[in-house]
Design a protein around this ligand. Structure first.
Ligand SMILES: NC(=[NH2+])NCCC[C@H](N)C(=O)O
Length: 295
């Protein structure tokens, strides 16, 4: 147990950040393990409520992968992925929307409200928050040529209309956004939640984008949990990718960060959602717990 002096130190360390981030918008991409484990769920959403009560403006964008797959399975519908993207036919999209908007989104809202915040759930279709075009997926053939394959109702975000989120923030609510976008003819499109969070952060002129993942952050040596790169600049990114330090599923996450930074977001953070209260630790301590990607 920390001594009273140590506890006071921890609280005092938070003060400059409480001051600095007062009134500032922080977009949190909520996904992975932190969405599945009950204790972690409560910890993340408690952190968001605390942020709100100290004057920050958290906005949550959530994922939903495993639950969608689970529901499709229960209904006997097979999931197909091409290049990590779910092939989304009309039936799959219907289920995805039901799970994301009808279930996961409402569960998060319910939990936040139970903890003491006041959350309002939205999809990207509400007030045209996220507008998408059909995504053309380019697949590389063995001979090196590229071919466009149809992956169905997977969208690429074309436009963000953040007005409804601004309105909710102004009125003191915590907006919770499901990554379903509206496309041509009012169709629903499945969009990547990391990308949606990044695009929303830019449109809101957010101060921070924080992505909760299932890894420590960017590790200099993947086998060594103690090799976390605490801060990385945007300029370092191409070299880190070339060296294989940033690879696999981390590449699109870091690209979301650089996109957000280029779009004017203050700082971006990739943190470990498996660590209880990693959100608070990242925001309110000097060291943070994950990797901060900056300009
Ligand atoms: N991974 C890091 N180096 N984090 C530093 C975070 C610093 C400060 N708490 C902030 O949120 O801006």
């Amino acid at each position: 147990m920390p001594s009273p002096m140590e506890k006071a130190g921890i609280l005092v360390e938070a003060l400059p950040y409480i001051k600095k981030f007062y009134g500032k918008t922080v977009v949190i991409k909520y996904g992975g393990h932190a969405m599945v484990n009950e204790e972690l769920k409560k910890a993340v959403l408690t952190d968001a409520v605390l942020m709100k009560y100290v004057g920050m403006q958290p906005v949550i964008v959530h994922g939903g992968g495993p639950e969608i797959t689970g529901m499709l399975k229960r209904l006997g519908i097979e999931s197909n992925f091409i290049g990590g993207l779910r092939v989304t036919d009309a039936e799959t999209m219907e289920i995805a929307q039901m799970v994301l908007v009808g279930k996961i989104n409402k569960d998060i809202v319910g939990l936040i409200n139970d903890i003491g915040g006041t959350a309002v759930g939205l999809s990207g279709k509400d007030a045209n928050l996220l507008v998408a075009d059909k995504k053309l997926h380019l697949m590389r053939n063995p001979d090196g040529s590229e071919e466009a394959v149809d992956i169905g109702l997977v969208g690429e975000i074309r436009e963000v209309n953040p007005g409804i989120v601004d309105t909710l923030l102004k009125e003191g609510y915590i907006p919770v956004v499901a990554p379903v976008a509206v496309g041509e003819g009012g169709n629903s499109y499945n969009v990547n939640a990391d990308v949606a969070a990044g695009a929303l952060a830019v449109a809101l002129n957010a101060d921070k984008l924080i992505i909760l993942t299932d890894v420590e952050g960017i590790l200099a040596d993947r086998k060594d949990k103690n090799s976390l790169l605490s801060t990385v600049t945007m300029q370092d990114v191409p070299r880190l990718i070339e060296q294989g330090i940033i690879d696999g599923g981390m590449i699109p996450k870091v690209e979301c960060c650089t996109c957000a930074l280029q779009g004017g977001v203050g700082t971006t953070h990739i943190i470990d959602g498996r660590v209880p209260h990693s959100l608070l630790l990242e925001i309110f301590t000097d060291q943070g717990v994950g990797t901060m990607v900056t300009n």
